[in-house]
Design a protein around this ligand. Structure first.
Ligand SMILES: NC(=O)c1ccc[n+]([C@@H]2O[C@H](COP(=O)([O-])OP(=O)(O)OC[C@H]3O[C@@H](n4cnc5c(N)ncnc54)[C@H](O)[C@@H]3O)[C@@H](O)[C@H]2O)c1
Length: 270
């Protein structure tokens, strides 16, 4: 077992699927005790069980991260179970494909509650525990939508812009307490969320290939690619880095216009 995160206790939201699951599995392999927080109970319990079967330390806590009482209780339970809290990863998120005039007020509030308010709640209830450690880490998952507009997803795009700026505020306000906060901004990453989004098209694979033509590397990212970036921010490999946003997007944001030539070396396995 690797030990980059030995003795670390990490609370990870959205850990029953996609990137959150990959982060929880990687963190556990690196020696952290992981608390998987999600609303998908059966999946979360099964992943925690698998991690334990591989000699990792993991528990699942059912928690709607937009609910203040639930977040508070999940953090208290984390500390009770593992004796502290050093890392908060805010990965839970939802997307809505609706124009602004089609959105109900409740849609907007739900998305902002999960994508943005949850970060506020996790810090509000977790900061006292983070402050007890010489070093602590907060990693929030933004998006390429933290930097550029994306069509037909106005609430999502607004929320991801907010995630990036909120990460800077957290970095500033708690730096004196030994807490570093950074944002990881993924591009097109193959997770259930992406699949759900693509399935709105008649031919999901064609829609994906079409989107990938704008990506210089020409490939979709994996949840593990994102997990590695999160790992970097949750240990002393990134000592000295706070308030920043790391874009992991295969080059998507690099050019205003781009069409890759049909084949790239990244399409071949290493
Ligand atoms: N997949 C992509 O291409 C992509 C790109 C950029 C950013 N992101 C962001 O990455 C993060 C992870 O997304 P993913 O692609 O792994 O999606 P995913 O749908 O696989 O995982 C999201 C998880 O969040 C959980 N969740 C949703 N609402 C919740 C709530 N109220 N309380 C607790 N958990 C809740 C879901 O149950 C799910 O397990 C999200 O913040 C997303 O916006 C994804």
């Amino acid at each position: 077992m690797n030990t980059r995160l030995a003795n670390q206790v990490a609370w990870i939201s959205g850990a029953a699927s996609g990137m959150g699951e990959a982060i929880a599995r990687l963190f556990a392999k690196e020696g952290a005790a992981v608390v998987l927080v999600d609303v998908q109970t059966a999946k979360g319990l099964a992943i925690a069980e698998q991690i334990r079967a591989e000699s990792g330390r993991a528990i699942f806590i059912e928690c709607d991260v937009s609910n203040e009482a639930a977040v508070r209780v999940s953090i208290e339970q984390t500390v009770k179970e593992f004796g502290g809290l050093q890392t908060i990863v805010n990965c839970a998120g939802i997307v809505q494909v609706k124009l602004l005039h089609e959105l109900a007020e409740a849609d907007w509030d739900k998305l902002m509650g999960i994508n943005v308010k949850a970060i506020f709640l996790s810090i509000k209830h977790g900061i006292a525990y983070l402050k007890k450690n010489p070093r602590s880490y907060v990693i929030n998952i933004g998006s390429v939508g933290s930097f550029i507009g994306q069509s037909s997803t106005p609430a999502y795009t607004a929320s991801k812009g907010a995630v990036m700026m909120l990460s800077k505020s957290i970095a500033l306000d708690y730096a004196a307490d030994g807490v570093r906060c950074n944002c990881v901004c993924p591009g097109i990453t193959d997770t259930p969320m992406l699949r759900e989004h693509l399935n709105m098209n008649k031919d999901p694979e064609a829609a994906l290939q079409n989107r990938l033509r704008r990506v210089p590397m020409g490939v979709r990212l994996t949840a593990q690619d994102i997990a590695k970036a999160v790992l970097y921010f949750s240990c002393e490999d990134s000592a000295g880095v706070t308030g920043t946003s790391l874009v992991v997007d295969g080059g998507y944001l690099t050019a205003a216009e781009w069409e890759h030539p049909g084949k790239t070396k990244f399409m071949e396995p290493l």
